[in-house]
Write a protein that binds this ligand. Structure first.
Ligand code: ADP
Length: 262
């Protein structure tokens, strides 16, 4: 593992995001402030429609906040950039490119000599265990393999921040487990700052340094758990604390509960 990096600090200061409509404005994200420290892994969990994707889209530079400030290493986020990689649940691979072609596509704008571009793309595919499948097209790959290509394509350009919006939500339970260990390995090597949206409390607790829980819409942060348990984690061996936090979060996510901000 490399030392803790000093780039990739995401500042979210008093951000509010509203979407205008003919009838009434929707507040997609209520006033939110938090900092994602360089190289940390934060899981964001909350009910559907509470604004998780909206916050991600704002950090990615796709949506401008209505109020407040978003910054990366102190510089305002004004639009998409290679410093911030995004991985969605749907694989978003180009069907007409092979796995290698998809990873090379991410590198295109760097203007590397062709041999170096191919070399880097092959190395990235090797890192995610797909060397033998480099020449396959997305439709020839399983869901887990497609998501590995997406991970390789994103990390190959060296993003400071990686935003993942339910990246493993469409995968079966067994594939998810192998994707978790793959992601941990790649993340610990590259040390990007990760913000990971999930509906799955267990996934959040097994992967993240920080778990942030959001309220019902319009969403705001209601709880923060800092997790220090060693990785790889498992509920069976990581002590009772993880299970206690799990129960607490499941309680918070029950819609009938009266949520109280802390
Ligand atoms: P989550 O990811 O937590 O499920 P979203 O961020 O997708 O929630 O959505 C939060 C709220 O903002 C929802 O009410 C949604 O309908 C609304 N919303 C999201 N994007 C837009 C948009 N582009 N235009 C109008 N409303 C939007």
């Amino acid at each position: 593992m490399t030392d803790q990096p000093n780039v990739g600090r995401v500042g979210i200061d008093d951000v509010v995001i509203r979407f205008p409509s003919k009838q009434a404005e929707t507040t997609a994200l209520d006033r939110t402030s938090l900092t994602l420290e360089p190289g940390t892994f934060t899981a964001l969990i909350g009910p559907s429609g509470c604004g998780k994707s909206t916050l991600m889209n704002a950090i990615a530079g796709f949506v401008a906040p209505s109020e407040g400030r978003l910054s990366l290493d102190g510089a305002p986020i004004t639009g998409p950039s290679n410093d911030v990689g995004v991985i969605f649940q749907q694989y978003a691979l180009f069907p007409w490119f092979t796995a290698l072609g998809n990873v090379r596509f991410g590198l295109k704008q760097m203007g590397l000599p062709k041999a170096e571009e191919i070399g880097r793309a092959r190395a990235a595919l090797e890192e995610v265990g797909l060397s033998a499948h480099a020449d396959k097209f997305p439709q020839q790959l399983s869901g887990g393999m497609k998501q590995r290509v997406a991970i390789a394509r994103t990390f190959v350009v060296g993003p400071k921040v990686l935003l993942m919006d339910e990246p493993f939500g469409a995968l079966d339970a067994q594939t998810r487990v192998s994707m978790h260990s793959l992601l941990m390995g790649v993340w610990q090597k590259h040390r990007a700052t990760v913000l990971f949206v999930t509906h799955d409390v267990d996934e959040a607790l097994l992967l993240a340094d920080d778990v942030r829980v959001m309220s019902q819409a319009p969403g705001r942060m209601i709880r923060h758990y800092a997790l220090t348990q060693q990785r790889p984690r498992a509920f069976s061996r990581s002590g009772p604390e993880l299970l206690e936090i799990r129960e607490e979060i499941l309680g918070l996510l029950r819609p009938e509960d009266d949520l109280i901000a802390t």
